[in-house]
Design a protein around this ligand. Structure first.
Ligand SMILES: C[S@@+](CC[C@H](N)C(=O)[O-])C[C@H]1O[C@@H](n2cnc3c(N)ncnc32)[C@H](O)[C@@H]1O
Length: 245
């Protein structure tokens, strides 16, 4: 009897481009609660950097929802491999400079940006060290990076519908992994986790409705959320780092 042949999933850049175009097309017009929280966290951190009229690069900007909010601080360039999402971003926000292509090879001015922002992208990049090296090369000396990434500890313990079947790299990180990757080129200034989540293992208990309803008799829900975030139980890692001179 012949063995069942399973053809390997192709993961070249063209496949990734198609995957991300489809993903972006399916994103609802209104931002979901996760994106809203990411935006709030990034804008607060950018504000706290106190850089006057920074030139900002957003890596993996999709349809430009965050780039358009970043534009209140300074000149923004948004990039993404999903060319159809970039076309939609350009149509909606003509004042912003959007460029489509693979970030690792895209023509961008070196040592030009004061701040690079990247939300949820590093986990979808095969060579994460090279990705951070590229960011460092585009930042001015002592420039800032605000980066978020899915938190592996939480996502490993969460049931969710999987969209990718191997067509894109998917490599979540824990905070220690991220700090190790960053330390070649950056000093880490700030770390936090946001959006408590997870429903398996220990997180099944920590996030159980019954337990949380009990705690809410003594403490407002937003304090509980904040507490879990401070305990490192958020589903998103958030880091502010500074390029070493
Ligand atoms: C999880 S999505 C996050 C999108 C957006 N930052 C957000 O939070 O809604 C990852 C994004 O990274 C982009 N991306 C993946 N690989 C890329 C690459 N090699 N170069 C540029 N962008 C890439 C995808 O097209 C996608 O928009």
């Amino acid at each position: 009897m012949s063995e069942l042949q399973v053809s390997p999933v192709v993961r070249d850049l063209e496949t990734q481009r198609l995957f991300w175009n489809e993903w972006a097309a399916d994103c609802k017009k209104d931002l979901d609660s996760t994106s809203l929280r990411h935006r709030e966290a990034v804008l607060q951190l950018l504000q706290a950097l106190n850089v006057s009229r920074p030139s900002i690069l957003e890596v993996g900007c999709a349809n430009g929802w965050l780039s358009s909010a970043l534009a209140q601080f300074g000149q923004v360039t948004g990039t993404d491999i999903a060319d159809e999402a970039i076309a939609a971003a350009k149509a909606k926000h003509p004042q912003i400079n959007f460029i489509a292509g693979d970030f690792l090879t895209l023509a961008l001015p070196v040592e030009h940006f004061d701040v690079v922002v990247s939300v949820g992208v590093i986990s979808c990049i095969e060579d994460q060290r090279r990705f951070l090296g590229r960011i460092a090369g585009l930042l001015k000396s002592r420039g800032y990076l605000i980066l978020t990434c899915p938190h592996k500890f939480i996502w490993d313990r969460t049931d969710f519908p999987r969209r990718s079947h191997g067509e894109i790299p998917l490599d979540w990180l824990n905070m220690g992994d991220l700090k190790t990757l960053l330390r070649d080129r950056f000093s880490v200034l700030h770390t936090e986790t946001v959006i408590p989540a997870g429903n398996r293992g220990i997180l099944r208990l920590i996030n159980s409705c019954r337990l949380n309803a009990l705690i809410q008799r003594a403490m407002a829900e937003h304090y509980i959320v904040r507490l879990k975030e401070q305990m490192g139980l958020g589903k998103t890692l958030v880091v502010v780092a500074r390029k070493r001179s």
